[in-house]
Design a protein around this ligand. Sequence first.
Ligand code: HEM
Length: 401
Amino acid sequence: MSHTNNARRDFLKSSVIIGAGLTMGLAAGTAYSLEPRTKITIENIYPFFNPHQQGITSPAQHHIYFIVLDLHSQDVDEIHQMFKTWTEYSRQLTQGKNVQTYSQNGYVPAVDTGEADSLNPYNLTLTFGVSPSFFTKLGIEKAKPAELVDLPHFPRDQLKAEFTGGDICIQACADDPQVAFHAVRNLVRVARSEITMRWSQSGFNSFEGTDTPRNLFGFRDGTGNPQGEELDKTVWYEGNNWLKGGSFLVVRKIQMFLETWDRTNLNEQQHTFGRHRDSGAAYGQKKEFDPVDLDKKDANGQPVVPEDSHMHLAHKTGLKMLRRSFSYSSGIDSRTGQFDAGLLFISYQKDPQQFITIQNKLGNIDKMNEYITHIGSGLFACFAGVKDENDYLGKALFEAL
Ligand code: HEM
């Protein structure tokens, strides 16, 4: 396990340097010291111990740093230990602490990378998931839930190899981008012997108070999300195995052609969704959360909510999912000279089939397809939460082997 390896490496490195220091008449620790992390307040903390992982039904924060990792080691014991270390680190990080207490030894790298020193926790949540290939690579297929199979190819998919695949995902969300990045950076750093980084995406989600955020098309995104009891019934896995109380995460990196969208007239834009841009209300309704009525007809007998609109198609399936997406903007597409921007679509559901059925419906006829392309994809099973000090991420899985 890297922790031990790192500790050993660091010890070897430090003993060499300390040796050198002593020869020069310097005592280790007097040269350099770091203060423990101080915070402005200790507000904005999600409790780490919880029946479910945080970052799923927790209200969406303003920032995300999402990363997909490849397994570098195929040793189950090492990976088991890595999740124990990640649990301990996550517990500290989400409580606004550094991953470990700084030592007074200035001759070794600091245990924490430091860029979140003196920052609040900013509602940091860390959510971990494993993909179908995680089980294949570790030779533990027998523990793979039947629902966890690679997503099928969908109509119009234009997936790029650099945004697909991978064995583990970490979703770090916070109300500050540096806090989210710091968490992932330190989790990756401690596990560098076990994993390599495959792809990552940062994103933002802007809204005032409890307003529904607007995506880069200018429309409120998340209105139709389930709430309360329906939300719990939608997301938490009910099967009788280690994943019980967990959830399936689908990630899709979706490029949005903003320039084309911006040339499209407002009526056409609104028909694309079947909702009004300003209020967010469904066609035929007045307010954002008024119920959608797909049967309502206009004077010509045509459905008020256009049949090829995004909302009509998604709603008609009768299926629910929790969408917890973030916008991204990653500079300029060098091939087209246009914005490289879009939606890091993330949904949680108790069964990947909820996503598959809806995406199959959207894939061919959704009016929105003219303005978007799916370029990245992944499916991950997210463990149940860490319940107390004796529990850790993936405990139920590793104990079932
Ligand atoms: C860039 C891509 C996308 C954009 C800009 C987008 C935008 C929207 C907007 C504006 C709404 C209406 C407001 C709301 O209920 O949130 C909506 C609804 C919805 N979208 Fe998307 N969406 C995208 C991709 C997807 C994908 C890939 C799926 C799943 C396969 C999906 C599933 C849904 C569902 C289930 C609803 C709610 C429908 C209902 O009223 O029951 N969306 N989306």
